[in-house]
Design a protein around this ligand. Sequence first.
Ligand code: ADP
Ligand code: MG
Length: 724
Amino acid sequence: MSGNAARLQAIQNITNRRPMPAKSPESLNSLWANDVFTLSKMKECLPKDIFKSVKKTIEASAQLDVSVADVVALAMKDWAMSKGALYYAHVFFPLTNATAEKHDSFISVQSDGSVISEFSGKVLVQGEPDGSSFPNGGIRSTFEARGYTAWDVTSPAYIMTTDNGATLCIPTVFVSWTGEALDKKTPLLRANAAMDKAAHRVLSLLGHTDIAPVNSSCGAEQEYFLVDANFVNSRPDLLLAGRTLFGASAAKGQQFDDHYFGAIPERVQVFMQDAEEQLYRLGIPAKTRHNEVAPGQFEIAPFFESANVATDHQQLLMTVLKNTAKKHGLVCLLHEKPFKGINGSGKHVNWSVGNSTQGNLLDPGHTPHSNTQFLLFCGAVIRGVHKYGPLLRAAIATASNDHRLGANEAPPAIMSVYLGSQLDNVFEQISNGKITGSLNAGVMDLGINTLPVFNKDSGDRNRTSPFAFTGNRFEFRAVGSGQSVAGPLVAMNTLLADSLNWVADTLESSLNKGASLDTAILDTLKEIIDQHGAVIFGGNGYSAEWHKMAVEERGLANLRTAADALPVLKEPYIEALFEKLGVLSPVELASRFEIYAEQYILAIEVEAKLVISMAKTGIYPAVVKYLSDLSVTINSLKANEVELSNEPLVQVTELLTAMMASVAKLSAAISQHDFATIEEHLQFCAKTVRPLMDEVRSFADGLEGEVADELWPFPTYQEMLFLK
Ligand code: ADP
Ligand code: MG
């Protein structure tokens, strides 16, 4: 339903809404991971030897032995059924940003017609959903639709409870019958393994003998908007595209800075508590909540976890936010730019690497010895971001994120690294070779001891950098709010793996030539900073000077739109990177380009169609009605010798005519289908379709400011952002 009646009804519903009472809080102990089949639950219900074997498998990320799997499956089924689940689902993460699940029941019908419950190890470990409708980018034709899901033992099974019942969910990888990865989890596990291997090499060269597996960690800060569902239901654009394609700015936006960190509105806090309770049950460590910059915008940040588990949890968190919002009569918008003129939403991905023996390898620590280790790992990141910056850019390239990047609210599309003044200075010293100057003739090993000891908060914050060092981790700040974090984590772990291998090769070669370890380290660091220092930038990333300097003087890429960034995935050096490290085969990488490009085109097509239909069937009729009412009034007043100016009539008519002319151009544009290459089609969407949509909008938003409010067919910015 749309039209002004729907709009007024929505406002009335909200005004008369009875607040949903806050639930009485449960104790953390009774909530925490209650719906997760954790290791400690397994320990309670599995025979000792079986538990030991499972634990070992998890630690080594290996597949379960079938005989062990049978016992685990039985215990898991009993546990799930005791919590009311009659169904189980292999949950996987296709190449959209979504989560997919296929539900099967535990029941097995017997020959006498009775049923028993059954769940074998084979079924736990492997599933075979017909994956033909998932995007595969040419990897499979539909007659070879078979895809397999396989349990990722490193991510625990859990129960997802909705009002419709409980389901046992098993996190899985999704591969084609020929073994190609069709999902986001498989490459993440592979990238992590490649990084582990490379980090191990470096740590060994540094003299460590006891080296536990190195894992990456991720803590993702999720921004989102909440809008009353009554409004969303009468806005086709929010309903189908998740963002407003029309809407004049309200008189008040975020200019007072009164929303950021303000008191959380009561209705929202009740929603947040409800969502957090479910997250705790799922073992997701929600930690921080607050109002964000824009009115109606909020943030939730869980405590960081291993990248693989954090990725699964991030997907779940988005689902929980959306579902819970619905229960509270709200819609949770995860789109990167739901409203024009106020901030959009991002997802800052905090990332570090470490293990149980050497700790966080991106933590500077307090001793000179760990400083050099830290500097090598930090240097490896710098080198990786410089060499593969365009890959990082491609990993965040979506139709929706294009609205944020480079819009003076989010980092620009230029990938640079912010280190903070202290680290900047250390690398500068290394580059100048000065740290050796104060030492006894050329004794480099002592030089290392002169490096300053870092304190954790040495670096100030730089909100304009896409990739910032924040004391003991990097924060990739340009990731989109609706995205899976898997892609960015794959890119980061892969480029780090490549750099660490380079560091190991370089150290080895120096050592083989007879250099001391300290000389080898310093030479390596110097080479990194000399070759890749151009990527380090501590100034204002929003400024025009930086955009010019980055491209012209430093040779950094400025890939403004996803249409510019996605083709990076086809570059031979990116293909070589993924292939060499065993993260993605050329076929798998090519399929990703196809799928992401297609999604970009489809997203823009859907929006363009919405623009056309909303303009034609919503705005045009309302404006015509206004014109007709107005001209009748003007004429009847004239009959009574009251002269009203014709000016508004003329102005509104002009705007309407211009809007419809733009609609016609947009319609013609989206009916164009003959493109020589996907790249050409991408550019057409970015450079022709999008600007035409903006053109229609500019006239429509102008009309919104002229036409009688009682006739306007769609909820306004003022209503959507400020009424709750
Ligand atoms: P801010 O908004 O100040 O950047 P938040 O506290 O909102 O900080 O979020 C920081 C995120 O970084 C949290 O998810 C936190 O758990 C995560 N984090 C902290 N330390 C690490 C680390 N070593 N590796 C990865 N993530 C981390
Ligand atoms: Mg942050």
